[in-house]
Design a protein around this ligand. Structure first.
Ligand code: ADP
Ligand code: MG
Ligand code: MG
Length: 871
């Protein structure tokens, strides 16, 4: 029998031991309940589970019994706090707060000060003797409730507030006194009535019910959806709702609210960091209503609360063994913690913190390796402004997320999204809100006039690994004229600026950027990772410079040298064209003979750089017409004729790879000869032969490889007898994967070319798919991941697994790797680990990513896991 709705408990009080974790209570609810049981100062309250929100999503209504359970929970809360919800004498006020299992900061809606009404506000004003406080709370409720529950445009409330401030001749919200705020409430209620045709609800229980329902609904709001899409969070998990007794940071100058990190989320330094505002509530700090003060100042303002906060941060770090990001409120000197979660941090901070925590004995090296998001490592080696260049900062702000970026100035998120298709952009705003998320995603970096380290722009930019300069006082934006001023310089929309999120500088024009190629912290963590991983990591590199970079990043070889770029070189292209235009084999061979020394020099350079490590060279792959100009640009009739002759309807599936090599064997012969001579020369020079792997592309039939292996052996024997080498093939056609057992006898190694294998397995040409129907597929959820970025495990992955096992069934020692772009994608790397591949090969910049991801896959297999705290 399925349990009836009556059997389901939808509500747990913070004080009880819940029967589930974050999936049930959401991260925020679980954190509150755990902090309560740790003895930290948390207001009373309860959590409505994600089960209830899922039931709501299914039916569009509260599950049976939820109303009754809400009423019971409220009564328990009333008893625990000695106050009454809806009463006008000492009323109980609550906040209603969303909180999913996975942290989605600021993406859904919370409502504060529920339970206030005309009479309750009057009662609160009387009992506290503080009308300013009572009516400040009430006007906040009307606005938040109006926005979140009823969808009234926030602008209308903001406008009324600034009008009143203007009338009273004040600048700060806090300068409005009790009677001003009473007037503001009157105006807010009028806005509410005008918008909806009914009065603001005076019944506390009706407010609460509507607020809970609004939070359920907010799961589906556009910015929450975008955030989930960007972060791969499934829509089906739903959100929990937390009902929390209000504590008041806006009760006067001995009250405050703020955010605190247990360590510095930008640098990883050990001191707590954060910001607070005296006499403020809720998200005033994040919203940047007034300029917040740095956390250290709290020590002077409210020393006892500061000390207590420091020890709470400490206790939380010990409990969760990770840096915590905490929201706190101080009411009349008393500290309350309202939320804790693992802090988002820059890649550099993540490394520093992991290393420190290993030193402090808080975590093991395994955990340190597991907890760093591999995809963030690309940002450790941030571009920075070349220190040799002289640059003048037009203005400076808070260095809120490190790295430097150059781009065209845009003033809105929509414009950022539009313009970024054409050129890099820097989003320049007074501040940002969750509605700007698409603009932040599109921009290279963000510059704001307002807010600090904890502002929305700063937090999101750090999470995305993008530079951010926040709180730049000398920035003034005038959207009406499409200009801004940076200090004394006026900059138009579309003009180029540079921002440096490591130093806080904003520079007019494009400053020269350089990318550093090492970081001591990165080296430490990667050395730990190397000790855990079993999968090899190579790089794709076509030049000695790329190979050197790859080696510096820790590549254990080159998994793919593409030889075609060697044909495109300025001095070479005319010779290549001569070769293609040649009337007969003799003429063709003569041209190839002239290309050979170029190729040999290229290979020697790479062999030298990669001394002692394997280098896999792929013979010419693209169709020949790519080396000829468009027919209209042809320089001779002969050329036009050849262009027409080589024209193919579908070049991707035409005369490429080994098909080319079999049709014009002299091309591959020349390439193998160049490899042989280069190997011989390097061996003679260094006394150590390079580890050569010759790779034939686009094999479909075993017989193709059979013949090309003969060609390879023949030339190698002829040119460089005794020089060792491997001869193998790319597997990039489904037939090759399926017939791997026929092919393996002729191959010393397989390398899965997963770019082409994805195209051919899915029948999708990448250029025609991405940005077109594939974008629509992703948006509509037909598929979850772009198969060109993350290996399609079920389809293409099965071909990889099958090809590997069939190949090894006849040749157990067969070396197997992948060299598609997937080689640098953490999820695909985990797949390759499990499929038993020997190595992945990726772009040089992704080598650190691959080393870490490979270690994480190995650790996961051993059952070592790491769970993120809070939410
Ligand atoms: P988000 O998920 O967007 O961070 P929260 O539910 O944490 O939203 O609420 C935002 C802010 O509102 C909190 O950081 C806190 O400052 C304030 N807040 C929420 N509940 C309470 C409460 N019970 N008492 C005082 N302030 C609260
Ligand atoms: Mg928030
Ligand atoms: Mg919060």
């Amino acid at each position: 029998m399925t349990p009836t709705a009556l059997d389901t408990r939808y509500i747990y009080d913070f004080v009880e031991e819940p029967p589930g974790g974050r999936e049930l209570l959401g991260g925020k609810g679980l954190g509150l309940s755990e902090m309560m049981r740790l003895g930290l100062p948390v207001p009373r309250g309860f959590t409505v589970t994600t089960d209830a929100s899922r039931a709501y999503m299914e039916t569009g209504a509260f599950p049976a019994d939820l109303d009754e359970q809400l009423e019971d929970a409220l009564e328990r809360l009333e008893r625990a706090t000695g106050t009454r919800f809806g009463s006008s004498e000492k009323p109980l006020l609550v906040s209603v707060r969303s909180g999913a299992a996975i942290s989605m900061p600021g993406m859904m809606d919370s409502i504060l000060d529920l339970g206030l009404s005309d009479s309750a506000a009057e009662g609160m004003s009387r009992t506290t003797g503080n009308a300013q406080f009572a009516y400040d709370s009430y006007r906040r409720l009307i606005q938040m409730y109006g926005e979140v529950v009823e969808g009234i445009d926030a602008e209308r409330f903001e406008h009324a507030l600034s009008t009143l401030k203007h009338e009273r001749g004040v600048l700060e919200d806090t300068e409005l006194d009790g009677s001003d705020l009473r007037e503001l409430v009157r105006r807010y209620k009028r806005i509410y009535r005008d918008a909806l045709g009914h009065e603001f609800p005076q019944d506390a229980r009706a407010q609460l019910r509507a607020a809970v329902e609004a939070v359920f609904r907010s799961w589906e709001n556009p910015r929450a959806r975008t955030y989930r899409q960007l972060n791969d969070i499934p829509g089906s998990i739903g959100t929990a709702v937390n009902v929390v007794q209000m504590v008041f940071g806006n009760a006067g100058t001995r009250s405050a609210s703020g955010v605190a990190f247990s360590r510095d989320p930008a640098s990883g330094g050990r001191d707590p960091h954060g910001e607070f505002l005296l006499d403020a509530q809720g998200e005033d700090v994040v919203a940047g209503i007034r300029a917040p003060q740095p956390l250290e100042r709290l020590q002077d303002e409210l020393p006892a609360a500061y000390t207590e906060l420091k020890s709470a941060l400490n206790a939380l770090e010990r409990r969760y063994r990770d840096v915590q990001d905490v929201e706190f409120t101080i009411e009349e000197g008393a500290l309350f913690i309202l939320q804790t979660r693992s802090a988002k941090r820059t890649a550099a901070a993540a490394l520093r913190i992991a290393i420190d925590m290993v030193d402090e004995g808080l975590i093991s090296r395994e955990e340190a390796v597991l907890r760093i998001d591999p995809s963030m490592l690309e940002h450790v080696l941030h571009p920075m402004i070349d220190t040799r260049a002289t640059v003048t900062a037009a203005a400076t702000g808070v260095p809120a997320s490190p790295g430097a970026a150059v781009g065209a100035v845009v003033f809105t998120a929509d414009e950022a999204a539009r313009r970024s298709v054409r050129e890099p952009v820097i989003l320049v705003r007074f501040d940002t809100t969750p509605d700007d998320i698409h603009g932040l995603a599109a921009a290279q970096g963000v510059l704001t006039a307002h807010g600090g380290m904890a502002s929305h722009a700063a937090v999101v930019a750090r999470g995305m690994g993008k530079p951010c300069v926040a709180g730049c006082d000398a920035l003034q934006i005038d959207e009406s004229t499409g200009t801004c001023t940076l200090g004394s310089v006026t900059v138009r929309e579309g003009e180029t600026i540079t921002i440096d999120g490591s130093t806080g500088r904003a520079i007019v024009g494009a400053a020269p950027l350089v990318v550093p190629d090492s970081s001591p912290d990165l080296d430490i963590v990667l050395a730990w990772a190397d000790a855990f991983r079993t999968l090899g990591v190579r790089a794709n590199a076509d030049t000695p410079a790329d190979a050197a970079r790859a080696r510096a990043f820790g590549a254990e070889g080159i998994g793919l040298v593409r030889t075609e770029h060697m044909f495109f070189g300025e001095e070479r292209l005319p010779v290549v064209q001569e070769m293609i235009l040649a009337a007969d084999e003799t003429a063709r061979r003569a041209a190839l003979e002239r290309l050979l020394p170029f190729q040999q020099a290229d290979f020697e350079g790479i062999f030298d750089t990669m001394r002692g490590l394997p280098v896999t060279i792929r013979l010419l792959d693209p169709p020949l017409h790519e080396f000829l100009p468009a027919e209209t640009d042809a320089t001779s009739e002969r050329m036009r004729e050849r262009i027409r002759a080589l024209r193919e309807t579908n070049p991707m599936l035409g005369t490429r790879g080994c098909r080319l090599g079999l049709q014009w064997p002299e091309i591959y012969e020349m390439q193998v000869r160049a490899i042989a001579r280069a190997a011989k020369a390097v061996a003679a020079r260094t006394g150590e032969p390079p580890r050569v792997e010759i790779m034939h592309p686009l094999i479909a039939y075993a017989e193709e490889l059979h013949r090309l292996r003969d060609l390879t052996e023949h030339v190698m024997d002829d040119e460089a007898p005794g020089v060792p080498y491997l001869c193998g093939t790319m597997i990039e056609l489904p037939r090759a994967a399926l017939r791997a057992a026929d092919i393996a006898p002729y191959a010393d190694f397989f390398s899965f070319g997963t770019n082409d294998l994805t195209q051919t397995a899915l029948g999708m040409s990448r250029d025609d798919a991405e940005g077109k129907f594939l974008a629509a597929y992703l948006e509509r959820g037909v598929i979850e991941h772009d198969p060109f970025a993350t290996l399609d495990r079920e389809g293409v992955g099965e071909l990889v697994a099958l090809g590997t096992s069939r190949g090894r069934s006849v040749k157990p020692e067969l070396e197997v790797g992948i060299c598609g772009e997937h080689g640098g994608d953490p999820d695909s790397i985990a797949f390759c680990h499990h499929a038993g591949l020997d190595y992945v090969s990726c772009s040089p910049f992704r080598v650190p990513v691959a080393r870490l991801a490979a270690a994480q896959a190995a650790l996961a297999e051993r059952g070592t896991t790491y769970e993120v705290a809070g939410g």
